[in-house]
Design a protein around this ligand. Structure first.
Ligand SMILES: NC(=O)c1ccc[n+]([C@@H]2O[C@H](COP(=O)([O-])OP(=O)(O)OC[C@H]3O[C@@H](n4cnc5c(N)ncnc54)[C@H](OP(=O)(O)O)[C@@H]3O)[C@@H](O)[C@H]2O)c1
Length: 342
């Protein structure tokens, strides 16, 4: 007769599977990196999430990792990945190392949420998604703005046809260099995936993709870049089109006064942001102008919504998450904008 086995004697891989079958249990997250974003924003958002727990954080400095109150802090990223309790890994490292750690985490059987931009270019982005598909695991780009109810509403309205065909899009995300990051930060070096386009230009690009009727038709018409002494773009302007009489203009800059604005033009009206409330709004009411009316959205934490949606999907839920196709298309546009730059 078969003897009942104690849970301690079941190999950890099986124990993990036992945990996976409980739809109510919080997903155990491991964070790679404890830089600005993690310490100032996302660790707290994860702590607030209803279905997730911050089980481990790894950083080059374990004390910094511990400062965001995980169950365990490690002095390396690999230890987080090797921790058998971790089910999902969130990558918040400098952009040049995203692909390496995405592949390492997927190889170890973890689902991955990776900060934007997913990788340095479209080829790397495709490699990452191919690995996720091969492993049967989730890989999602953490474009938090896309989980904000205001952005979801704008995209739905744009695609509904209520305002007629979409003909124009203007998106600007700009900062002064001093606000972008301290000198020496990876953002000012192209080899670390720096530059305004990868750092903040991806927000208007993702917003554009969320709204256009058919993103596969989007093409870069022209682009202009102003580089710093290291070759990172301080400003990138891109003009795109998705068919006759359509035009999108995107600006990302580290050398212009702070703006975050969006205007979407349709045959019968327009949707626009107010007072620089373009893309991101954290725990504050958010507004959008639709023709002459202003719609107001309750204060939410879109990072928290993002962690909750991904955790729910891991437990078998059907919550919306950003699609691989959108992440790949944005990466292709970025590559094209670099290739066509004058
Ligand atoms: N969604 C958003 O709202 C948002 C906002 C800001 C940034 N981001 C994204 O989040 C990521 C991190 O941004 P951040 O603002 O947190 O950057 P940051 O403060 O400069 O932190 C960079 C991170 O990279 C890690 N790193 C590893 N090797 C490094 C090296 N050789 N040099 C420098 N850093 C190294 C650091 O890890 P340790 O902690 O181990 O030292 C640190 O956690 C980027 O992908 C960025 O695009 C997203």
């Amino acid at each position: 007769m078969l003897q009942p086995r104690s849970i301690e004697r079941i190999p950890w891989t099986l124990q993990t599977r036992v945990h996976h079958t409980d739809p109510m249990e919080s997903v155990r997250w491991g964070f790679l990196g404890a830089g600005w974003l993690v310490t100032a924003r996302t660790a707290d958002s994860l702590h607030q999430a209803s279905n997730a727990e911050l089980t481990a954080v790894g950083a080059r400095d374990a004390a910094r990792a511990a400062s965001v109150n995980p169950t365990r802090a490690y002095a390396s990223y690999q230890e987080v990945i090797d921790d058998p309790e971790i089910e999902a890994v969130y990558i918040a490292l400098a952009n040049d190392v995203h692909l390496h750690w995405i592949l390492a985490a997927l190889e170890a059987g973890k689902h991955v949420l990776c900060e934007k931009p997913m990788a340095m270019n479209a080829a790397q982005t495709r490699t990452a998604f191919e690995k996720a598909a091969e492993k049967g695991l989730m890989l999602v780009e953490a474009v938090w703005m896309r989980w904000h109810p205001r952005m979801r509403h704008i995209a739905e309205l744009a695609k509904s046809g209520e305002l007629g065909a979409m003909t124009g899009f203007e998106g600007r995300f700009t900062w002064e260099t001093a606000d972008a990051a301290p000198p020496g930060n990876y953002r000012f070096f192209p080899e670390y995936g720096g530059g305004a386009l990868l750092d903040i230009g991806v927000y208007p690009l993702h917003a554009l993709l969320a709204c256009v009727p058919d993103m596969s038709k989007l093409e870069v018409v022209s682009s202009h870049r102003h580089l710093n002494e290291h070759g990172a773009d301080l400003t990138t302007d891109i003009t795109l089109s998705w068919g006759e009489n359509t035009k999108a203009e995107i600006t990302a800059s580290f050398e212009q006064p702070a703006t975050e604005s969006m205007r979407i033009i349709f045959e019968r009206g327009e949707i626009s942001s107010l007072d620089n409330e373009g893309f991101c709004s954290l725990r504050e009411t958010a507004r959008v102008k639709i023709n002459d009316e202003i719609e107001i959205f309750d204060a939410v934490d879109a990072y928290q919504l993002m962690f909750e949606a991904m955790s729910s999907r891991i437990r078998g839920g059907s919550d919306w998450v950003l699609s691989p196709a959108e992440s790949i298309k944005v990466a292709e546009i970025v590559d094209d904008a670099v290739a066509k730059a004058e």
